[in-house]
Ligand binder design. Structure first.
Ligand SMILES: [Zn+2]
Length: 145
């Protein structure tokens, strides 16, 4: 998808929204009252609103590689704080997905440069709980077969 197509698509989206509701953007500008905070993966195949069937204004979203919530990550902790204390969301969803490239990358013993410190969180969980994860994997395999 080239950048010109992005602008064309955006203009069409604006016109489509206005055709359905001429006050669409005026209403959105009034504020947001989402009831859900969604924390998911940055993966381009997993779009929060689309998989939940939500409309603009219904879900507060944070995405990062492999949908991680790390207590020293000021970005995610700020999102959680704002969502709970200020937006008063009722539900927090941390959503993983199949075939996550971030998790797959973390499972490799490969130097991934800038990604190493981020993926180390998954690598540590895997290293510390490897036996349990292997048992879980075997049980899952038995259930699906
Ligand atoms: Zn992912």
């Amino acid at each position: 998808m080239d950048l010109n197509q992005v602008f064309i698509n955006n203009e069409k989206w604006i016109q489509d929204k206005l055709a359905l509701d001429k006050n669409y953007f005026d209403n959105l500008a009034k504020g947001q009252t989402p009831e859900v905070l969604y924390i998911g993966c940055s993966d381009s195949r997993v779009t929060a609103e689309e998989i939940m069937g939500a409309e603009a204004g219904e879900v507060f979203v944070h995405r990062n590689i492999a949908n991680m919530v790390i207590s020293i990550d000021l970005n995610v902790m700020s999102v959680i704080n704002f969502a709970i204390d200020h937006l008063k969301v009722k539900t927090v969803v941390v959503c993983g997905h199949y075939y996550c490239g971030g998790v797959k990358a973390a499972m490799k013993q490969e130097d991934l440069g800038f990604l190493n410190p981020w993926l180390r969180n998954i690598r540590d969980v895997y290293r510390l709980h490897k036996m349990y994860l292997m048992i879980l994997k075997m049980r899952m395999k038995n259930i699906t077969n």
